[in-house]
Design a protein around this ligand. Sequence first.
Ligand SMILES: [Zn+2]
Length: 341
Amino acid sequence: MSAVLEYPFAAPELGGAVPLADGIRWLRLPVPGGLKHINVWLLEDGDGWTLVDCGMDVPAARAAWDGPLARALAGRPIRRIVCTHHHPDHAGLAAWLASRHGAEVWMSATEAAILAALLGTENDPRLALARTEAFARQGLPMSEELRAITSLAGYRRIVSGLPPGIRTLAEGDELSAGGARWVVRIVRGHTDGLVLLHAPEAGLLISADQVLPRITSNVGIYPERDDPDPLASFLDSFPALAALEPEPLVLPSHGDVFRGLRARLDDLAAHHAATLAQVVALVPAPATALEVAGRLFRAALDPLNRMLAFGETLAHLEHLARRGRLRVEDRPGEPRRYGPA
Ligand SMILES: [Zn+2]
């Protein structure tokens, strides 16, 4: 079933950079944990650079910016930073790089608001509490571990701060950099306002975490987001991407630059259809999201990945419930149960 994708470029090493096209460089920064790396994109912009995504605020990524990547910049400043979304591997070093270079930071309004909410409640426990309670309502046992995951302290540890005066990007906005015209496309599903950059003439798509070549993006329900059915939003973004002409070379945040966007979208749609069918089969009788997550993800996971697995299970259950393929039972004081329709 897996599509055969083409990987026409050799990836840079961790902390390294390789040219992709005239005026465009592919940089790779270290990320701790299973992901191992994030790709970011450096586009020539007049006498400086536009940077798309920044890396997580961890010592190894700062060291890369101070070492080999400083050479990639060739003494020219970063004028503009585009953060595709608020996740720490994408926006973590934005404030730090912006203050070093005097760069403007650009994001969608939705992502800027989520970033501000996650960073802005240092002495205000309400968002952390809301996160804890939202998960507890869905059956996660109230525990020290749940409080630790939802406290936001972990997020703040790997994000260098809220960049001042974030400029906003909207659907259809255009920017020119790296010798190309880039059109902003805003998609939902992985998060609520993820920015994709499409260069129609150059045939390039910076796909961020929306389309990845080897792993599937996390599509989950999390309390800081508004989308009640992120899986529908995610799948609904596919037709417009499949219709891009000519089929672009894809620059993803994780994995290698690839050709075969339409085949990959078909694969991802098939993957989620199979997972949905599997989830239906896992609830012969009403069960909580926590119970279903335990049946769907059998491997032992660390706390963060357990939360991601739970959010992803919840997204599939809510999607099925909205489509009438599962029935929900809400009883006062008890977590929601999902059962056969
Ligand atoms: Zn992400």
